[in-house]
Ligand binder design. Structure first.
Ligand code: GN1
Ligand code: MG
Length: 361
């Protein structure tokens, strides 16, 4: 599976970290739309082989990698201290490695930033939710993640991606993209734009509650798709939360909404055969129960009230983000075929409508 075209760079980057051996092979991991991720094999001086995850940050998404990485180090060190002495402590949270000069990132000749963390053994990551047990486990794990960070000492985390879940701001961005019409695509997506327009009433539901203070600000993960939780290979239980770039101040409902977006959807994010879509209500119930179990009694009544609609808000928002990217020519989200972003938009419109209908909104 080694990607020879890519192999030089991750190995070169890995060699800049304190790994106790020589990195000799790299495989690209192709999940994720933003960063470039590699599994690197390292032969240690003792003769055994260990695995590391080496990642190149996308500088367009994360314009201040040092601040993003500072957040990640604060979060992981907080969790490492919390889990110390517990069973499986070394797998429960990511451990980042320092460079030979003691930094948390290596900057290559092209100005790209790289980081390196330990590989989590005997665990798997899945792209879709197989059953209600898995939905429950993932939701509980992300809720516990938020809870375990609720006592993170000041200062407030840096906003590594401002307005990531500011849904009204996403509408403005979409309008600007339509106006710019950089690739002459706007006239071809009129129907989809109208469908998105009809969903705009969803935009203020979470962000306004947050800015008015009727729901609390919490440290949120902000990207809670199921592939971002590692599951134990044998038991299926949650082991470790991944993809910490967007961990920053947010709302419990951003994370819950994104969990619902993935769990209730039986088809792929970019599915073209939309008649196969149906709303998986049992997955919604399992996600809700897992999230409530992970939060125990911490969620406020207002947060609980907004839970049913949160998945529609996040699906609509992501639909607008994909549409914006499509109109500008597919520069943000990685695509592997033409019009993939538009297919994602169409699937998300169907999904947002179905969740809104379910929530009675
Ligand atoms: C992106 O690259 P990945 O898969 O971690 C995006 C999320 C979207 C997700 C949709 C930083 O996440 O916000 O929900 O795609 N991450 C960023 O699959 O924009
Ligand atoms: Mg992500």
């Amino acid at each position: 599976m080694a990607q020879t075209g890519f192999i030089g760079r991750p190995l070169e980057a890995a060699s800049r970290f304190q790994l106790g051996g020589i990195a000799f092979a790299a495989d690209q991991i192709k999940t994720g739309h933003i960063n470039d991720t590699y599994l690197v094999h390292v032969r240690r001086s003792e003769g055994d082989v260990v695995r590391k995850i080496v990642q190149r940050l996308n500088p367009h998404t994360f314009p201040d990698p040092a601040a993003t990485m500072k957040n990640i180090m604060r979060v992981t060190e907080h969790l490492q201290a919390k889990y110390a002495g517990m069973p499986d402590a070394s797998r429960r949270v990511l451990h980042y490695r320092k460079t030979l000069s003691g930094d948390v990132m290596y900057s290559d000749k092209g100005g790209y930033f790289w980081r390196c963390c330990d590989f989590i053994p005997n665990a798997v990551s899945v792209d879709s939710v197989a059953d209600t047990r898995q939905a429950f486990i993932a939701a509980k794990a992300f809720a516990e993640f938020q809870c375990d960070l609720s006592d993170l000492p000041a200062p407030r985390l840096f906003e590594s991606m401002r307005n990531l879940h500011n849904t009204s701001h996403r509408i403005e961005q979409l309008y600007r993209a339509v106006e710019a019409d950089a690739c002459n695509r706007a006239s071809t997506v009129k129907k989809e734009l109208e469908s998105l327009h009809a969903l705009e009433y969803l935009a203020p539901l979470i962000t306004d509650a947050l800015s008015e203070g009727s729901i609390p600000e919490r440290v949120a993960h902000n990207d809670t798709k199921i592939s971002n939780v590692m599951l134990d290979k044998h038991t299926g239980n949650a082991v470790c939360i991944l993809d910490l770039d967007t961990v920053m101040p947010g709302a419990s409902l951003y994370d819950f909404g994104d969990l619902v977006r993935v769990a209730v959807n039986p088809i792929r994010e970019d599915e073209r055969d939309l008649p196969h879509f149906y709303f998986r209500s049992e997955m919604y119930a399992a996600t809700r129960d897992g999230f409530l179990a992970g939060f125990r009694d911490v969620l406020t009544a207002k947060e609980r009230d907004l839970m049913p609609i949160a998945g529609a808000v996040i699906s609509f928002e992501l639909g607008m983000r994909y549409m914006t990217d499509y109109l500008y020519g597919d520069n943000y989200f990685r695509i592997i075929r033409p019009h993939q972003n538009l297919d994602r938009v169409r699937a998300l419109i169907v999904l947002a409508r179905a969740i809104a209908r379910f929530a009675g909104a």
